[in-house]
Each structure stands twice: as structure tokens, then as C-alpha cells.
Design a protein around this ligand. Structure first.
Ligand code: G3P
Ligand code: MG
Length: 358
């Protein structure tokens, strides 16, 4: 990557003929950078407005939104952020924590999977749109046998996702996929540990002290930033609880799981593919290898452990802002995951990138 190894400014077909500056690209984090819960940051609106060519380079800059959030489709997230930031963002510019989990369709597309997280059956619907054909959720299991988790009212029909009347004692799972934050930690700790340690991979037939079903989880963020005064529990908080319960229930058997989401590199490769496609659409016939060799991708984020660690690992340039999880005083950087640059907010981040690239 050009950020790590020094710039080779290549005159590709993307040169003067194009409206685009393709050797620069930006990946924006969403929560704590562009928005804070229900509040939209004005600096976010101005930052995105700078990428449409109205800037010191007089060129458009390709960008993606790369969030550890999810629980909605890429198209829904794109529409929501477009409206809030008063700009047009397409679904193929959005990388959610669970977007790269589409790659699991090859292996599990026709297998029965448990999809965890979010409200109602929204994550099950997203999984089906990705190509998973046999999806159940914790609500389906509680509906099947309310005593499985007696601390909630049995879910209504509009909360259910799977075939009505399915007998889960007879229907094994092939994978558990946590797509998004659990909206009921207690229930989802019970359901997920039930499935992982049922001898026959069902939901509660004879427990064993080992993991029977593979587990995939989409976002390790312990905390994230919304409009509350202090950071809030993220999906990573559920992982901590799940590991603790697993160890307590199984006499310390290992819990293995495949991680998606920032800072994991699968997310960065996925974003690079979207940026490559944008370059190909901007300049048909572009020499992709040369473009990639000369391109520096900048990640702008608020969470050092996710956004900055991942970008540094990918050989991207990283810009840390002070509007979210990171609370260091002006002039400081994160000690564990230092960013290439630290600024107050996303508008300053984009200005710094454009100066660096000019
Ligand atoms: O639940 C979302 C949160 O963990 C992080 O979102 O946009 O800051 O990556 P984002
Ligand atoms: Mg963030």
C-alpha cells in the first residue's frame, strides 16, 4: 500500500482526463465520527461535501463508510446516512460489520444457521438477502419452547423468522452467526450456549463440555460512542459475557470463533474491493494494479482499538478524531494504537488529508 511504502505517484489512465483523484481514498467510520446516536455532526456534513470535487484538488475522492454497526441492510444504512448527511451515498459504499459475512454463504447457504442480534427478525431478513436459505433466530427458539428462556413474554408472530412449527430438538444447527448487538443479553447467552454445547447441535438435547457448532461474530467493539455522555457497551461486551459463561459452563473448554468487523483484516480487504470497483466505474479499463500501488487509503475513526489498529494493520493511513471513544487531550495520541494523525473532528481530518495529498 502506498501509505506504508512511500508514494509512487503513477500516471495511470486515471490522470488528468478523469474528474477523480483515485490515488487517494477515504474510509469513514460512522458512530463517533459522522453521527452520535440520533445526533448528526455538522462537521460530518461538511466533510462529505468536500469529496465531490469542491476542494483544493478539484477532483472527486472515492470513499466508503466502514462501520462496526449493522442490523440493517447496506441499502437502508446508505439511505439513512445520505439523508442525515445531505449527500448521496450508495449501498455499495457501505461496509457494515456483517457485510463480509456474505462470504459464508458458500459454506452455509443451504445449511440451518442461528442468526443472533438486532430487533424482531431484521437480521434474519438480512441473512436471507445475503443468500442464507435456512435461518432461525433466538425468538424462534423461545417461541418453540417458552420455558427455554422464561424471563420474557413469548415472541409474537411478527418477531418470528423460521418455518412455523419446526421442532428444534430434531433440527440441528450448522453455524451460529452473531450479526449485530444482542438486544437481550440474557436470552442470547442462554440460546447460544445451548446450541454450541448440545451434543447433536440442536437446542438443548444433552449438553457436552465442548463446542459442537462453529461460531462467527461480527463486531468486537467493547464500547462505542452515541449521544450519551460516556461510551456504551458494544457487541464486544456480549462476547466478554459469552466467553465467561462458556468457561463457567464447560469447565474451561476453549470457545473458538471467527471474528469479523474492524480491526480484522477481512473488513479492510472488503473495503478495498469496493474502492477498486469505484475506480473501475470512474475510469473504465483502468490498470488496477498500478492504481492500487499508487493509492493511499485513509481511515478516519474514533476508536483506537478498532479503527486505528485495523487501518494500521492494513497499511492504510489512520486519522483519529476526538468526537467519540478516544478522549485524549489535544496533542496526545493513543498509546497502544497510535494514529498517523490526530485531529479534533472529521472535517479537520478531511482537510488534513486533502493538504497531504495536494
Ligand atoms: O454498534 C456500532 C458500534 O460498535 C461502532 O460503530 O461506526 O463506530 O464503527 P462505528
Ligand atoms: Mg466509531
Amino acid at each position: 500500500n502506498a501509505c506504508r511504502f512511500g508514494r509512487r505517484l503513477l500516471q495511470t489512465q486515471a490522470g488528468s482526463a478523469s474528474d477523480w483523484q483515485l490515488q487517494t481514498a477515504i474510509a469513514f467510520d460512522i458512530d463517533g465520527v459522522l453521527v452520535k446516536g440520533k445526533r448528526t455532526l455538522d462537521q460530518g456534513r461538511r466533510a462529505l461535501a468536500m469529496l465531490n470535487g469542491d476542494n483544493r484538488l478539484n477532483k472527486k475522492i472515492p470513499f466508503v463508510l466502514m462501520t462496526n454497526g449493522g442490523g440493517v441492510s447496506e441499502a437502508t444504512k446508505a439511505a439513512d446516512i445520505s439523508k442525515r448527511l445531505q449527500t448521496e451515498i450508495r449501498a455499495d459504499q457501505v461496509v457494515l460489520a456483517h457485510s463480509p459475512m456474505q462470504s459464508l454463504v458458500k459454506q452455509y447457504g443451504d445449511k440451518h444457521v442461528l442468526v443472533v442480534g438486532g430487533i424482531k427478525r431484521r437480521c434474519a431478513d438480512i441473512a436471507r438477502a445475503y443468500g442464507f436459505t435456512d435461518v432461525s433466530t433466538p425468538n424462534d427458539l423461545v417461541h418453540w419452547q417458552p420455558s427455554l428462556w422464561p424471563f420474557m413474554r413469548p415472541p409474537a408472530n411478527d418477531q418470528l423468522s423460521a418455518v412455523p412449527g419446526r421442532d428444534y430438538a430434531m433440527h440441528p444447527f450448522h453455524a451460529v452467526m452473531v450479526f449485530y448487538d444482542s438486544f437481550d443479553f440474557g436470552r442470547d447467552l442462554q440460546v447460544v450456549t445451548d446450541v454450541l454445547r448440545s451434543k447433536d447441535a440442536t437446542a438443548g438435547n444433552d449438553f457436552v463440555d465442548r463446542q459442537v457448532v462453529p461460531l462467527f461474530m461480527s463486531n468486537e467493539d467493547l464500547v462505542f460512542s452515541n449521544d450519551y455522555s460516556q461510551p456504551r457497551f458494544g457487541q464486544g461486551a456480549y462476547h466478554v459475557c459469552l466467553r465467561a459463561m462458556w468457561h463457567a459452563l464447560t469447565n474451561g473448554a476453549p470457545l473458538e470463533y471467527t471474528r469479523f468487523g474492524k480491526p480484522h483484516q477481512v473488513q479492510y480487504r472488503y473495503s478495498e474491493q469496493l474502492l477498486d470497483r469505484m475506480a473501475m466505474a470512474a475510469v473504465p479499463g483502468i490498470d488496477l494494479a498500478s492504481m492500487r500501488a499508487g493509492r493511499c487509503i485513509y481511515a478516519i475513526g474514533d476508536n483506537p482499538a478498532a479503527d486505528i489498529a485495523g487501518a494500521n494493520g492494513a497499511g492504510w493511513s489512520s486519522v483519529l478524531v476526538r468526537t467519540g471513544v478516544f478522549r485524549g487531550p489535544p496533542g496526545s495520541n493513543d498509546a497502544a494504537n497510535p494514529a498517523t494523525m490526530v485531529v479534533d473532528h472529521v472535517e479537520d481530518a478531511v482537510s488534513w488529508i486533502l493538504e497531504t495529498e495536494a
